[in-house]
Design a protein around this ligand. Structure first.
Ligand SMILES: Nc1ncnc2c1ncn2[C@@H]1O[C@H](COP(=O)(O)OP(=O)(O)OP(=O)(O)O)[C@@H](O)[C@H]1O
Ligand SMILES: [Mg+2]
Length: 356
């Protein structure tokens, strides 16, 4: 019997050092043999955000240990690995360089293929680690740095039909958390506080809700939250503001997702699979609303499991595995690309003066 390909994924695009070993399987769903994620929460918490140089130093200090731990947990030896896949972008250039160079060096020394992976493609394919999912499908990518509706036509082939024109949705959660006095990264905590509050207490704006098609905007929310925060007195006010923020995000997401469904079908796509991936896909309130809307529109909704929503290396291995199977390897002079987009033909739609 032929040995099933074993892929090592490595992820260092931002503030998580991660390594994973996955193995192809007859079921069509690869097995995750190990998935080690080391977060740099303590490194950055006093700064209220990720400090690139500190993040890169921490990756450099830990990458070999994390890879070793992933190998031990997988019960495999490094010489058994068939290909080394690492995130090449988008992300922080100094951080990406650590993981990418590590993967290049190991693959060179063992004479095994090296595969440069787009981090966002990792998010896009993450549910394939537990679900039999086939191309094409509609994707809502909701993470710390991106918010986009994309048609996943096939591996490496994406059509963007909507994007945020300013902040990413995760960024909106993190900024709101900071204004509420929650330690970085506070996105998940906003959801917890929201459960104790009145979602209709504060009226927050719904930026570009009635224009711009499935494009989205969140920057106005932060300004509105800032104004309210100055006048709140009690913990209950805080809970009410978190709940009102969560409620507003849900309204924006539902309206824009409906438009994305319509657009996807208009473009002659028949298969109604809808993947929602990225860190914010862990938000239970959003999951519930998106589930309800998908059901109403007869879309089959697929979320990654919670451990695969945030950054991890199994999803990088997943992309690596698909590329390995079609012999799509990268050369060793493959460069990091801090702004690598999934649909490289999509119009740049960010900043002041954007015309929708
Ligand atoms: N339950 C939750 N509710 C809201 N936001 C959440 C929740 N859990 C995580 N997040 C947010 O998800 C984001 C992290 O997601 P992820 O790791 O995918 O982003 P990233 O890798 O930093 O960005 P990108 O993938 O765009 O490069 C953070 O902004 C975090 O606050
Ligand atoms: Mg990410």
């Amino acid at each position: 019997m032929l040995k099933k390909p074993l892929i090592m994924g490595i992820e260092t695009s931002c503030d998580e050092t991660a390594a994973s070993i996955i193995q192809d399987d007859n079921s069509g769903i690869p097995k995750i043999l190990s998935n080690v994620v080391s977060s740099q929460f303590d490194v950055h918490k006093d700064f209220g955000g990720v400090v690139p140089d500190l993040a890169a130093r921490s990756h450099a200090e830990k990458i070999d240990l994390i890879v070793e731990e992933a190998l031990i947990k997988s019960k495999k030896e490094i010489k058994e690995i068939d290909a080394f896949a690492a995130t090449a972008g988008p992300g922080l250039i100094v951080c990406l360089t650590v993981g990418l160079n590590f993967a290049k060096a190991v693959s060179l020394s063992l004479n095994k293929p090296f595969i440069g992976v787009n981090h966002l493609e990792g998010h896009a394919l993450s549910p394939k680690l537990h679900t039999n999912l086939h191309y094409p499908y509609l994707l809502f990518l909701i993470s710390g740095g991106h918010t986009q509706f994309l048609i996943v036509n096939s591996l490496g082939n994406y059509t963007r039909i909507g994007t945020t024109i300013d902040d990413a949705i995760g960024e909106a959660y993190d900024k709101t958390a900071k204004l509420l006095g929650i330690e970085f990264p506070g996105g998940p905590k906003v959801e917890t506080l929201a459960k104790k509050g009145d979602p209709n207490k504060f009226k927050l704006p719904l930026p570009i809700i009635n224009k711009g098609g499935c494009n989205l905007s969140f920057a106005g929310l932060k300004t509105a939250v800032l104004k309210i925060v100055k006048n709140i007195r009690t913990d209950q006010d805080k809970f009410d503001l978190a709940a009102s923020f969560q409620n507003t995000i849900e309204k924006i997401v539902i309206k824009k997702t409906q438009l994305a469904f319509d657009e996807y079908l208009k473009l002659n796509n028949k298969k109604r699979d809808f993947v929602v991936a990225g860190g914010v896909a862990a938000n239970k309130g959003l999951r519930k609303k998106i589930e309800e809307l998908s059901y109403k529109n007869k879309f089959n909704i697929i979320f990654p499991t919670l451990d695969l929503c945030g950054d991890n290396a199994a999803m990088i291995g997943m992309v690596g595995l698909e590329k390995y199977k079609i012999g799509e390897f990268s050369k060793h002079d493959f460069k990091v690309n801090p702004r690598w987009q999934l649909d490289e033909n999509a119009k740049f739609l960010k900043g002041a003066g954007v015309i929708l």
